[in-house]
Write a protein that binds this ligand. Sequence first.
Ligand code: GLA
Length: 388
Amino acid sequence: MLRMFSRNLCPTLATSILALSTMILPTQPILLAQNLDNEISVESLKSAVGNRYKIGVGVSDNIPTRKHDWQLLTSQFQIVTPENSMKPQSIQPREGEFQFDTCDKFVEFAKENNLDIVGHCLVWAKDDRTPDWWFVEGGMPTSREKLLERLKTHIDAVVGRYANDVSMWDVVNEALDDSNDQYLRDSIWTRTTGEEFIVKAFQWTKEKDPDAILIYNDYNNEYPGKLAKTLRLVKALRMQGAPIDALGIQGHFELDAIKYDALESLLIACRTENIKVVISELDIDVVPRSRWWAEGGKYRDEMSKTDPYKDGCPEDVLKRQAEQYAHLFELFNKFPDVIVRVSFWNLHDGESWLNYFPWNRTNHPLLFDRNGQRKPAFESVINSWKAK
Ligand code: GLA
């Protein structure tokens, strides 16, 4: 209705109606953001970010049928990552049996809504994230040649199909080890080929999609041990002729535990190395989880019974979260020459993976609440782009 009005109204009157409407409907401004004529534009992430970097989000693979999510998605974001349907276990669960259906629909939906697409991910370098068939050949462990041949077949099929639609690929996900002393994660991938599968994955992706931005994606890259390994990997890949364009910093942060200085060091190092960065899966967990893995998992029992914010997130927590998002974006904004995209992981709090991982709890990690309404963190992010 406002849209009908706004088409024929002078800008001042239209602006007053808009102001009035936001007073009457304080929780509704996002609804007004979509499809409005230029003279009335309600603030959205994608308009406020300007041309610093793209603003994206990882969304449910079923977005084409999730009508209730469309408005929030299309009014706020420019680029989408399918949450699961392009991962190896979804798209080729058995050798040669490609399941493109869900992905095709996702891609079609994104194109119809002028959303760019991140292809995620061609290799997830963990044994439990790779279907078993990859690693077995005639009842024996797969040879290096066969593993690489399967990798090429996979990349040719997936990248070949979506090269015209995808603008950035997460080529390899999570190949680095978390411990201090080991470089690559111990997996059948690395035991069989060392670094070679990563090099080849980049080369074969480039052959099929020469124009896309090719990304190596990982978590905790800013942690002391992993930071050095991340840079070592980037240099090693380049030395071996792997066409890597960007480092993906997943950015699954925890409230009160963000290592801003280390992140800044990593961003500076990327600038020096002349490699771009994407913040690929951003969220700030308000029910911190890292103790889950501490001391042999001895806190898990107790933690799995906690759900402190099931009745809502307290104001002081929302405020701290907003401050920490502000701090993060103030940092990102210092690197518009390095960062090409910042993507959140999931559309709103109700859809976050952190409601389930690593135990079921009611989480509030994103900019929009369960009803798709803006949280204080949303204002922080918008304000970070306004500050001089
Ligand atoms: C990793 C993966 C993502 C997603 C998240 C959790 O970060 O890269 O695809 O699975 O874990 O949802």
